[in-house]
Design a binder for this molecule. Structure first.
Ligand code: IPD
Ligand code: CA
Ligand code: CA
Length: 260
């Protein structure tokens, strides 16, 4: 059975439970921090415990589903449903005692994300969306901003862990920042996307992984926004671009014009 509501409820309950674990363990002295792709890309035991918890909750109910989890939880399935999980998005914030971190769970059916939940555990805010049914934060409907000009647009972005790439990203930012109101670097891609959905950012762009954006991009679209991909830094993987419908084409043009 692939009832959309059942998939959304499962994403939400697993995200809530994993978020409670993160919150409970926040601020503990950490002796278990290791690095992954680069010396600045950290991972802790909590990232792995959170992922194991989410996967066990999903498979307990839906044992035939596929899984893609950031911390290695990859598994094939036979049901046509795949769960895309970031068990702790904003690890750097989390390990520094900053509060912008979340659990992100997207649910794909036949290759399309149809349900997603992002739980901002530090603030007790549950963002969720199902295809065609709108986006919500703790029960309140979300709408993207009505911004349709660049000069007063507040953007979010972020930087890769790889040194050369992040320097290229900053160079790009240097070429566009004079054309917009300002830029925020929150440190959690899924929360940046939720901020676009809630009208707290006018737009967001960044090259991120599937688990960073699966749930958040659906939440933006269901809040009336547009998402797509652009080659913001030439020769690098495409960036997701998310914004209100009026701002999207303007931002796309700005970023492509500044790409080198
Ligand atoms: C990171 C965060 C950050 C973004 C990075 C991501 P992680 O995820 O979402 O905001 O700039 O690109 O990798 O490592 O904290 O799960
Ligand atoms: Ca992430
Ligand atoms: Ca993560």
């Amino acid at each position: 059975m692939k009832s959309l509501q059942a998939l959304l409820d499962l994403a939400e309950s697993a995200a809530r439970e994993a978020g409670a674990l993160l919150r409970e363990r926040a601020g503990e002295p950490r002796t278990d921090v290791q690095t992954k792709s680069t010396p600045t890309d950290m991972v802790s035991e909590v990232d792995r415990e959170s992922e194991a918890l989410v996967i066990s909750r999903i498979l307990a109910v839906r044992p035939d589903d596929a899984i893609l989890g950031e911390e290695g939880g990859e598994r094939a399935g036979s049901s046509g449903v795949r769960w895309i999980i970031d068990p702790l998005d904003g690890t750097t914030n989390y390990l520094y005692g900053l509060q912008a971190y979340a659990v992100s769970i997207g649910c794909e059916v036949d290759g399309e994300v149809v349900a997603g939940a992002v739980f901002d555990a530090a603030h007790g805010q549950m963002y969720r969306a199902a295809r065609g049914r709108g986006a919500y934060r703790n029960g309140a409907r979300l709408r993207v901003s009505e911004k349709a000009e660049l000069a007063t647009a507040l953007l979010g972005t972020g930087f890769a862990y790889e040194r050369a790439f992040r320097m290229e990203q900053v160079a790009l930012l240097g070429r566009i920042i004079g054309s917009v109101r300002d830029v925020r670097r929150g440190g959690s891609a899924c929360l940046d996307l939720c901020a676009v959905a809630a009208g707290q950012l006018d737009g967001y762009y960044e090259t991120v992984a599937p688990w960073d954006m699966a749930a958040g991009a659906l939440i933006v679209r269901e809040a009336g926004g547009e998402t797509g991909f652009i080659e913001a830094v030439r020769g690098r993987p495409a960036a997701i671009l998310a914004a209100s419908r009026g701002l999207y084409p303007l931002l796309e043009e700005l970023l492509l014009g500044a790409a080198r």
